[in-house]
Design a protein around this ligand. Structure first.
Ligand code: GDP
Length: 365
């Protein structure tokens, strides 16, 4: 009989300590067996890197077309576009998709939840997704998780449930919360990611003989998270409600977001720019004419993250110029946050590390 790790779903083996799924033989006596990798992760908080290739990603998506069930797609609302799985609609066949925006707790209090859901619906449509419903939750805080469970119960209509999402959207946190609320059990799935679980769907039996499947997280290569070290990742990832910071800028002024990104205000008269970033991010204002020299001199010092020890291999910043034609537009720095411009008619240049996405969208707030 095969025994699976309760943390990641891998098949347990007791012969090869350096291979996937290893657990010491003594662990087999326990009722709930956890592999060594998950054990380390849980007890020593050793996060290890994921190695999921794009090919694996396609394999997972292709499987979804052959199943009969409800697809629950989770996105991180702080990094909505960066955590979007493109093309999902094509892969799922006739299966309905329930779209869940997670990390609601990061939104400023002033944001109306209804408006946010409306915005998500509209974005989904523009991105080619036709969800059966759209919900907003905080898996970490447990906000609206009951509501999400009810919706899942309603839309699955007695069928299996497949939860998909790219890495770091909080998929494991959400599923753990659901299991806990449904069964009273604690922390079944390891709330992080590690190699080897790539193609193993984790099956969580539901009461009626059907199951909820956790699929592996998928990497979106253009997220800022892949370009910074672990220490810096802590700085750029918001932990609490985001406190927006407003700058009144004149033409030819520049904002630096640490050394990770830069925004030049080129033309459009004096106006305000509202920054939604992790509260731990340092923002520096300077004159546009001094900006290049400042970056060269101060990257890793005044302008960090990236810290001095993370500079090696850090990509150069690439400049993208935008003309803002509509009112209330967000300039989105994938994985870092966004800056809202309230009035049309501004010309700006946004800089991000080579490989990271930057884009305009209709303002979320
Ligand atoms: P997965 O890779 O999608 O399975 O994501 P995890 O469940 O491992 O969570 C990724 C990160 O997001 C962790 O640092 C979590 O603490 C954090 N996280 C998960 N859910 C929430 C949430 O509702 N709010 C906030 N602020 N953070 C969350």
């Amino acid at each position: 009989m095969k025994v699976h790790c309760i943390g990641c779903g891998v098949v347990i083996q007791t012969d090869q300590p350096n291979e996937l799924g290893y657990a010491p033989p003594s662990a087999l006596n326990k009722e709930q067996i956890i592999c060594q990798r998950c054990f380390r992760l849980k007890h020593y908080n050793e996060v290890q890197d994921v190695s999921l290739t794009d090919e694996d990603f396609l394999k997972i998506l292709n499987q979804l077309g052959d199943v009969d069930g409800l697809i629950v797609k989770i996105v991180d609302i702080f990094d909505f576009n960066g955590s979007w799985l493109p093309g999902l609609q094509r892969f799922v066949g006739k299966n309905p998709i329930l779209l869940i925006g997670n990390k609601e707790d990061l939104l400023p209090k002033a944001v109306k939840r209804k408006k946010m859901i409306q915005w998500m619906k509209q974005q989904a449509k523009e991105l080619g997704l036709d969800p059966i419903d759209v919900l907003l939750v905080s898996a970490a805080k447990g906000h609206s998780v009951d509501e999400a469970m009810e919706a899942i119960e309603q839309y699955r209509n007695g069928r299996d449930v497949y939860v998909v999402g790219c890495t770091n959207v909080g998929k494991s946190t959400f599923i753990n919360r659901v299991i806990k609320q449904a069964t009273g059990e604690q922390e079944l799935i390891t709330t992080s990611h590690f190699p080897g679980t790539t193609l193993d769907m984790i099956e969580i039996p539901l009461d009626d003989g059907t199951a909820l499947y956790d699929t592996p997280g998928i990497i979106n290569h253009h997220q800022m998270a892949h370009f910074v070290g672990k220490k810096d990742l802590k700085v750029i990832t918001p932990k609490k409600e985001i406190k927006p910071i407003i700058f009144q800028l004149n033409e030819e002024q520049t904002l630096f977001f640490g050394g990770l990104a830069r925004l030049d205000y080129i033309k459009g008269g004096r106006r305000s720019f509202v920054c939604y970033l992790s509260n731990a991010m340092q923002i520096h204002r300077t004159k546009l004419e001094n900006a290049d020299a400042l970056y060269e001199r101060q990257l890793g010092d005044l302008l960090q993250p990236p810290g001095k020890d993370e500079l090696e291999g850090f990509p150069e910043l690439v400049r993208y110029e935008f003309s803002i034609k509509e009112g209330k537009t967000d300039i989105v720095f994938s994985g870092l946050g966004w800056v809202t411009v309230n009035e049309p008619g501004a010309i700006v240049a946004a800089y991000v590390p080579k490989g990271v996405h930057v884009m305009l969208r209709k303002s979320l707030i």
